[in-house]
Design a protein around this ligand. Structure first.
Ligand code: AMP
Length: 194
């Protein structure tokens, strides 16, 4: 079961990804976590990534695609994977399509986590930054990430609707358990069809 989670920062993708991972025994592949690990390294790449991260901008496509290629090459993704935070733009979506073809795999379901209220999202993310000690997640960087989501990532929903027809919309502004019930139903339905 290969799952893609799309949705703005603060929509609960990461939380749901962890639940899916625990329930179905497939790994969460979260590029944000990989990047946070990378930016702590005292290497030229680590330092470059840190600057980009702190500005709330996107790391270059090549770096991210290399990360994903390496990750999906690992055997633990063979039963399935949950992509969380990738792809973020059209170039990444196209690169993912090429990679999936090479690997002879495809996305079984694409979830769109919908939270219309930007103020709610900003609020949640500022809180999370404090709770998780992410001092680099300043309100400015968070605002920038949301703007990039609307401009570059949201159009991917239409891309997957037209190329795969397997997008499932989720009203994500509800309690975690309620959201997960809906996610699980959709995953089980897709699994039953396979
Ligand atoms: P996230 O935790 O998913 O919001 O990611 C945090 C930061 O990591 C982003 O603001 C980017 O700087 C970087 N990042 C994560 N995923 C990607 C991606 N797919 N493409 C480019 N940059 C990314």
């Amino acid at each position: 079961m290969n799952i893609l989670l799309l949705g703005p920062q603060g929509s609960g993708k990461g939380t749901q990804a962890k639940r899916i991972s625990a329930t179905y025994g497939i790994p969460q592949v979260a590029t944000g976590d990989m990047i946070r690990e990378m930016k702590e390294r005292d290497t030229p790449l680590g330092r470059r990534v840190r600057e980009i991260y702190d500005r709330g901008e996107l790391v270059d496509d090549e770096t991210i695609i290399d990360l994903i290629r390496d990750r999906l090459d690992r055997g633990d993704t063979i039963p399935g994977f949950i992509l969380d935070g990738f792809p973020r733009n059209m170039a990444q979506a196209e690169a993912l399509d090429v990679l999936l073809r090479e690997l002879d795999r495809d996305l079984d379901v694409v979830f769109e986590f919908q939270v219309p209220d930007r103020a709610t999202l900003l609020d949640r993310m500022v809180k999370r930054a404090a709770e998780e000690g992410r001092s680099d997640d300043t309100p400015d960087a968070i605002r920038k990430r949301l703007a990039i989501y609307d401009a570059e990532t949201a159009p991917l929903i239409e891309y997957y609707r037209s190329t795969r027809g397997n997008v499932v919309g989720i009203h994500a502004d509800r309690p975690v358990d309620d959201v997960f019930v809906e996610v699980r139903q959709a995953v089980d339905q897709v699994a039953a069809r396979a």
